[in-house]
Design a protein around this ligand. Structure first.
Ligand code: ADP
Ligand code: MG
Length: 238
């Protein structure tokens, strides 16, 4: 589904990603761990077209390819990429002036061109899915962090992406809210109907190991492990 080949990313003289190759399969749940500064966020941002890279390739599905280049990819490629690959950020990044329902409807309406009634039906189903059916009219500021993050997950799902990339989705949350967000992700991961690939960067190791099908360990911009959860090097999994 997503294939990263020999990706090299520099910031000035610093090499941030040093020949990263990883493959994420359809419907797979991939955990990414590694020390702070090892390049986890940069990798997700390169996959999602938020950053350019110097060399290598990112392929999403059969039709979207990004190649190492100093200039951004064509707008049409970026649009198709953003539709195929959603992001969930540490700081939720909801639209503050929109209700929870409006946030979730925005993708179906603006990116997919759906009629408002259909978009609303999608959004209400997803709000229910993340346990927030009764908070449809709430603005982000009226929701807890955990609730905001669950809305952000519903918003990412609303365009039915091939993959969702989660960058430290629980690190701004207290343990109770972290658990409720991880429970939502776990629930999606276990749903046969949901074929979305989920790539999760997290320090919340215990729930991550339970949810993930495979683990990737990054260190200083290199993949030092990629494989089953059970065989992952123990030093990183505490
Ligand atoms: P992680 O998410 O694993 O903590 P990041 O991908 O955020 O790591 O960062 C990897 C490295 O790249 C860090 O050393 C960071 O300082 C550096 N870096 C990230 N963004 C920039 C930037 N815009 N300019 C220069 N260096 C950057
Ligand atoms: Mg990061």
């Amino acid at each position: 589904m997503i294939r990263v080949s020999n990706l090299v990313k520099d910031h000035g003289p610093a090499r941030i990603l040093d020949g990263v190759s990883v493959t994420f399969g359809k419907g797979q749940v991939v955990g990414i761990v590694g020390p702070s500064g090892s390049g986890k966020s940069t990798l997700l941002r390169c996959i999602n077209g938020l950053e350019q890279f110097q060399a290598g390739e990112v392929a999403v599905g059969d039709t979207i390819t990004l190649t190492g280049s100093p200039t951004p990819p064509p707008k049409t490629t970026l649009l198709r990429l953003r539709r195929a690959v959603g992001m969930v950020f540490q700081q939720f990044n909801l639209f503050p002036h929109m209700t929870a329902l409006g946030n979730i409807m925005s993708g179906p309406v603006y990116a997919l061109g759906k009629a408002r009634a259909e978009a609303e039906a999608i959004a209400r189903r997803l709000l229910d899915r993340v346990g927030l059916a009764d908070r449809a009219a709430a603005k982000p500021a009226q929701l807890s962090g955990g609730q905001q993050q669950r809305v952000a997950i519903a918003r990412a799902l609303a365009v039915n992406p091939a993959a969702i990339l989660f960058d430290e989705p629980t690190s701004a949350l207290d343990p109770k809210m972290s658990a409720e967000v991880m429970r939502v992700i776990d629930d999606l991961a276990n749903d046969e109907q949901v074929q979305t690939t989920m790539v999760i960067v997290s320090h919340d190791i215990r729930p991550l190991l339970r949810i993930a099908d495979v683990m990737v360990v990054l260190e200083r911009g290199q993949v030092i492990y990629s494989g089953t959860v059970n065989d992952a090097p123990p030093g990183y999994l505490e």
